[in-house]
Design a protein around this ligand. Structure first.
Ligand code: RNT
Ligand code: ZN
Length: 414
């Protein structure tokens, strides 16, 4: 009997169908953010770097500097990650021809056609994001909420351009593309007007979302705090949640690094499910109040995946990743974070949810606690190994050798 067979028998005791779990894991797409590969710099202003609303720290060698390098690094990472994948692009990753450049409000589908070709070749879905940071049109830290009409107009045009690009990408791939609007707008110190910026943001969003685009799923991403805007964030959770609730077809994207440290996204998912047919997610790791650390297999990640699985919401929640660490090997960061998301997903699929729910409804809380705890030490590792084997990716830590080899032969030569 193999270890996998023995694991299967143990899970069967709890009424868990391991084969069904493996199939569901393989069918669930995770949207992998391209921006981990180059510290969110993008291709449209490579000398500028990330800034004006976003920050990366670290200078590990080998950052991807262009489309070719980013594609190569992504492929290196993807080869070590099991499961179905999408790639999540930002508008600043526009691919320009020789000598060509247009500003963000003039971007067109053709600037992303090379990404679509790449996605088709490697059977990847695509998601998209306007890039509302790292740009001189950010004025006094504001974009879509700016009192400067020219600034606001520029970013509205950019977001409209992005929705149209997302629509076309969706048409090309025969798919629906999540187009997520995140803006860093806020104030470092005590505002004198908290409503004005929000009213302007609401007007901007109304204009941006006016056009019906069937291949686009629209989302707005809320945030509580960021370094530099400690006192006030225009796009707060209440603001965007209310916007989404009153604008069918627009969803509030939950980034689990964007809440107070004791607030959890795992509890927000079942709070939204009665009201929304789509819940876009950014899975990340907050440290204190900051977001964007590489995803590890911690309790909250496991709990998030459990809420998705036990509420039968795999078809509603759009799982995307969002982390960037410039202080470690970037390909390894991608692989570690994404494998962890996959692990948590598979783990959630292997829980005896029916049994546990029944215990809760019967008021048998002692047994519920006992079973929840016993489940933590079921032989998950053996099932994960089998999953990786079937997916044709390394089953254990040996994937790391391949990344180190890539670092020695490719990354350090840059
Ligand atoms: C920032 C947001 C946002 C970005 C990406 C690059 O706090 O989480 O999602 O990380 O758009
Ligand atoms: Zn995010």
């Amino acid at each position: 009997m193999t270890r996998f067979d023995s694991a299967k028998a143990i899970y069967a005791r709890f009424g868990v169908d391991v084969e069904a779990a493996l199939t569901a894991a393989a069918d669930t797409a995770i949207s992998i953010h391209c921006w981990q590969g180059d510290d969110v710099v993008g291709f449209d202003n490579p000398d500028g770097g990330a800034g004006n609303g976003i920050q990366t720290t670290g200078n590990y060698p080998g950052r991807a500097r262009n489309f070719e390098e980013l594609k190569a690094d992504l492929l290196q990472a993807l080869a070590l990650i099991p499961g179905k994948k999408r790639i999540n692009l930002h508008a600043c990753y526009a691919v320009f021809g020789d000598g060509e450049w247009v500003d963000r409000n003039r971007l067109e589908y053709k600037h992303f056609a090379p990404w679509v070709a790449f996605a088709k070749e490697h059977h990847l879905g695509i998601d998209f994001n306007p890039t509302v940071f790292s740009h001189p049109m950010m004025k006094d830290g504001l974009s879509l909420s700016s009192p400067d009409e020219q600034v606001r107009r520029f970013w509205i045009e950019h977001c409209i351009a992005c929705r149209r690009i997302a629509q076309r990408i969706g048409e090309e791939l025969g798919d629906r593309v999540l187009n997520n609007v995140w803006i860093p707008d806020g104030y470092k110190d005590t505002p004198a007007d908290r409503l004005g910026p929000r009213l302007r943001l609401k007007d901007s969003l109304d204009e941006i979302f006016a056009e019906q685009l069937p291949n686009v799923i629209d989302s707005v991403e809320s945030k509580v705090f960021a370094v530099g805007v400690e006192s006030y964030t225009v796009g707060s959770n209440e603001f965007y949640m209310s916007y989404a609730a009153t604008h069918p077809g627009v969803y509030n994207l939950l980034d689990n690094g964007h809440y107070h440290p004791t607030e959890v996204v795992s509890d927000k998912i079942p709070a939204l499910l009665p009201f929304f047919d789509v819940i876009p997610l950014h899975v990340t790791r907050g440290v204190r109040w900051d977001s964007d650390h590489v995803v590890v297999l911690d309790d909250e990640l496991k709990e998030i995946m459990k809420e998705i699985v036990r509420n039968d919401a795999l078809g509603k929640v759009r799982i995307g990743l969002d982390f960037f660490d410039a202080s470690i090997n970037r390909v390894a960061a991608w692989v570690i974070g994404t494998r962890n998301a996959q692990k948590a997903l598979l783990m959630a699929l292997l829980q005896p949810h029916t049994m546990l729910k029944q215990l809760q409804d019967n008021g048998d809380f002692t047994r519920r606690l006992m079973l929840l705890e016993e489940c933590k030490t079921l032989p998950f590792g053996d099932v994960w190994e089998e999953y990786c084997r079937r997916q044709g990716v390394p089953t254990d830590e040996r994937w790391y050798d391949s990344v180190m080899n890539y670092e020695a032969t490719v990354l350090t030569q840059r």
